[in-house]
Design a protein around this ligand. Structure first.
Ligand SMILES: [Zn+2]
Length: 262
């Protein structure tokens, strides 16, 4: 039985020889604080997994236990552990924000037959929410469009991304985001793949597209610079291959460098 315990958005982990583990119930016996909002979230291998949070940070943690941010976990942990930690994080955020009915204000109850919260007064039901976002690699001849977000470190470039708005299809979202952020038109939008992105609750849906028309004009709201990059002229820093952004860029590089040794 594994316990994903959060305090202030950070996850309690066991660190041994630089490897990250999720604590079991036994590891938590010396934790001098109460677990609340416990909920079953599925299995990791053969182990049932639960998420909970502590409302008070203990003065001292048992040896080997520490609170880590999800981003650090993303860099340091195995894929399956990170995926379940991301799920736990999103479910705990949902539990925290749906303790009361959004329609009538009465305290909600967990449904017993599914992962949902139900209002005992008006019957309103809520499920964990995810926020879909598109992410797109735009190719023009032998170049890819990469942009620097105003919040990115200098020289870090990535593909474009943006949240889906109510009422639009994913393809319409790709066209709108690209037009808003860099002022160009795209065509041949094709599905590439997807990735859960729990920062805080996104599902990234990846596409490839071809340049159709227009000149790059960055919005200066989200982006500070965007340009076309060829495979031998890539920016100094690009996303890692564990992210769908990194996989999209890798896809472009493989297409444009078929004869280069790997
Ligand atoms: Zn209600």
């Amino acid at each position: 039985m594994l316990w994903f315990v959060f305090y202030n958005q950070k996850l309690l982990v066991k660190i041994n020889n630089d490897t990250i583990y999720i604590p079991n119930k036994e590891d938590l016996t010396e934790l001098e604080t109460q677990l609340t909002k416990e909920i079953y979230i599925g299995r990791l291998g053969n182990s049932p997994c639960f998420v909970a949070e502590v409302t008070n940070e203990p003065l001292s943690l048992p040896v080997g236990l520490n609170y880590e941010s999800l981003r650090k976990l993303y860099i340091k942990s195995e894929d399956d552990i990170f995926r379940m930690a991301g799920r736990a994080h999103q479910i705990m955020n949902w539990v925290r924000k749906h303790q009361f009915c959004g329609q009538c204000g009465v305290p909600t109850k967990n449904k017993t037959d599914e992962l949902a919260k139900e209002c005992p007064s008006c019957g309103a039901t809520s499920f964990p929410r995810i926020s879909p976002a598109v992410i797109v690699a735009i190719v023009k001849e032998d170049k890819i469009l990469l942009a620097r977000n105003i919040n990115f470190p200098t020289s870090f470039y990535s593909v474009l991304a943006g949240f889906v708005e109510p009422g639009e299809t994913l393809e319409e979202c790709v066209q709108r985001e690209v037009q808003e952020e860099v002022g160009i038109e795209v065509k041949n939008i094709k599905y590439f793949g997807s990735q859960s992105w729990p920062f805080p609750d996104s599902l990234m849906i990846g596409f490839t597209a071809e340049y159709a028309d227009g000149e790059i004009a960055v919005d200066n709201m989200e982006l500070s610079h965007a340009d076309w990059f060829s495979c031998c002229n890539m920016p100094a820093k690009i996303p890692g291959k564990r992210t769908i952004a990194g996989r999209l860029i890798e896809w472009f590089l493989e297409q444009k460098m078929p004869l280069m040794p790997k």
